[in-house]
Design a protein around this ligand. Structure first.
Ligand code: ADP
Ligand code: GLC
Length: 466
């Protein structure tokens, strides 16, 4: 089966969050199952595109408000486990960032160029798999744009990684979409604007979310798309994300300071923790609670200053944070640096290497998310022997079982300062019982969250269409 994933992010080329990790690993596992799965993404100006070589396989032009030349480039000698193709539109896509304030033109041009290329392929794909709103107009254009009529019968799949962002733009820009029969205009609209995510939910042949619980939650809370999802529920299914266990492997991870296995777990984690504590001025004897991620409301980050202040006043613990996002939240957190110096520290920014060291060196990983479509951090932390302390939503609910239910993690039922602080207090208690604490972290390292099962579920889904 020939599968093309179309995406804005893919690890290791360009990563803003978990979308990149998913698209950078699922195709590899699909290929391991004997399929022909590849990835198509924009050609950005990143370290990866600077350091690798590419061959042009196609070139043409697209007409939007003006004409843009583009080429399709293929990564030479891919070692990623899948073939990687790029749409290169230098004026629009060759940027150091993935997302900006207004990406309508960029991602529309990307999708149109992608479909032009695919239309010209001798062997058409059996499935086009789109990810999030950046590729949300693709299913519509495949079904209704005159230029892409050849792709009418090719099934399109949409995976919703995050329904908060929908790519809205005004009707005034609808002339940018290649010509189509206007009786279908309603498919593009949701609540008086062009809504690429809604259009994809309406037009894709199947829709998936990245965990089963998130699928259910979206029916109640989908940033305005609740009714649409309820209406389309027959073609929707939740498939839990997996992780790339080759990249996330404590025995071989080149980023961490000391590699470890189940039998060397204590020494390995200690070496990584000692380094972190030295680097960030924290006491290595105390339990280390960490957060890694985007500082936004969905992650519960607006409550971090209050939560951390409360637990740092109440307990002898260390807290380390890696992330960036809302400037207000960053400011609130910086006050903790002064107030709780020696117990709290942060690195405001993005650092892939540091994130690996933190997963390895931490005792507990905090994810008090309000909304978490899947969440990969908790799966990485399990694999690195770090106990997750999470709010019971979305994928967190589907992957973490509470200690009180014969599980291995700490869950709170809702997000509030008090409930998150109580959950952290349970972690502090667990840390005091070193025997139990060590048993649990050994147990969690063996939990299998690799893509093996879910990659197969996607293949089954594709096959169910034909
Ligand atoms: P989301 O996609 O909502 O941000 P996920 O849990 O799915 O959340 O994935 C986040 C991914 O991004 C993980 O691989 C995590 O380690 C990584 N990450 C998030 N913030 C940072 C950061 N500041 N530095 C390094 N890695 C980060
Ligand atoms: C989104 C979600 C996150 C999920 C990731 C990968 O960014 O916020 O929960 O893990 O996509 O699917």
């Amino acid at each position: 089966m020939k599968i093309i994933h179309i995406t804005a992010e893919c690890y290791p080329v360009a990563k803003v969050g978990g979308l990149a990790d998913v698209v950078g690993s699922l195709p590899k596992y699909q290929n391991n199952l004997g399929e022909d799965s590849s990835v198509l993404m924009p050609f950005y100006d990143t370290a990866f595109t600077k350091e690798n070589s590419f061959s042009e396989v196609f070139s043409s032009e697209i007409d939007l408000d003006r004409t843009f030349s583009f080429s399709v480039r293929k990564l030479d000698k891919s070692t990623l486990g899948f073939e990687l193709y790029f749409i290169d539109i230098p004026e629009l896509l060759f940027t150091e960032y993935v997302y900006s304030e207004d990406d309508t033109l960029r991602f529309l041009a990307f999708q149109i160029a992608a479909l032009q290329w695919i239309c010209g392929l001798k062997e058409k794909p059996n499935v086009i798999h789109c990810h999030d709103h950046h590729t949300g107009l693709t299913p519509f254009m495949m079904s209704y744009a005159n230029d892409f009529a050849q792709l009418k019968d090719v099934p399109s799949i949409l995976t919703i990684h995050n329904a908060q962002y929908q790519g809205w733009f005004s009707h005034e820009k609808s002339h940018l979409i290649p010509e189509f029969d206007h009786q279908h205009f309603g498919l593009l609209d949701w609540d008086h604007s062009i809504n690429p995510l809604a259009a994809a939910i309406k037009c894709a042949w199947k829709v998936t979310t990245v965990s089963p619980s998130y699928m259910e939650e979206l029916k109640q809370n989908a940033n305005g798309l609740e009714q649409l999802l309820a209406h389309e529920s027959a073609k929707c299914i939740g498939i839990l994300n997996g992780i790339d266990v080759n990249v996330w492997n404590t025995e071989t991870d080149p980023f961490i300071l000391k590699n470890y296995s189940l039998s060397t777990l204590d020494a390995g984690k200690k070496a990584n923790k000692d380094w972190l504590c030295k680097e960030y001025g924290l006491n290595p004897k105390l339990p280390l609670f960490v957060f890694i991620g985007r500082l936004v409301g969905e992650k519960g980050a607006d409550l971090f200053p209050e939560i951390f202040d409360k637990v740092l006043n109440a307990h002898q613990i260390s807290v380390l944070l890696l992330g960036s996002g809302s400037k207000d939240i960053e400011l609130g957190l910086s006050e903790l640096n002064t107030k709780h110096s020696g117990a709290y520290n942060s690195y405001i920014g993005y650092d892939e290497k540091l994130s690996h060291i933190i997963y390895a060196g931490a005792d507990f990983l905090l994810m008090p998310s309000r909304v978490e479509p899947c969440g990969l951090n908790q799966m990485y932390s399990l694999r690195y022997g770090t106990i997750p302390v999470v709010n019971a939503v979305g994928g967190l609910k589907d992957t973490v079982i509470d200690l009180n239910e014969e599980g291995f993690g700490i869950l709170h039922k809702e997000l509030s300062v008090d409930l998150a602080a109580e959950a952290i207090a349970r972690g502090v208690e667990l840390f005091k019982n070193q025997k139990k604490f060590k048993e649990i972290r050994k147990e969690i390292m063996s939990i299998d969250h690799s893509w093996d099962v879910s990659a197969e579920e996607y293949i089954k889904l594709y096959k169910s269409i034909k």
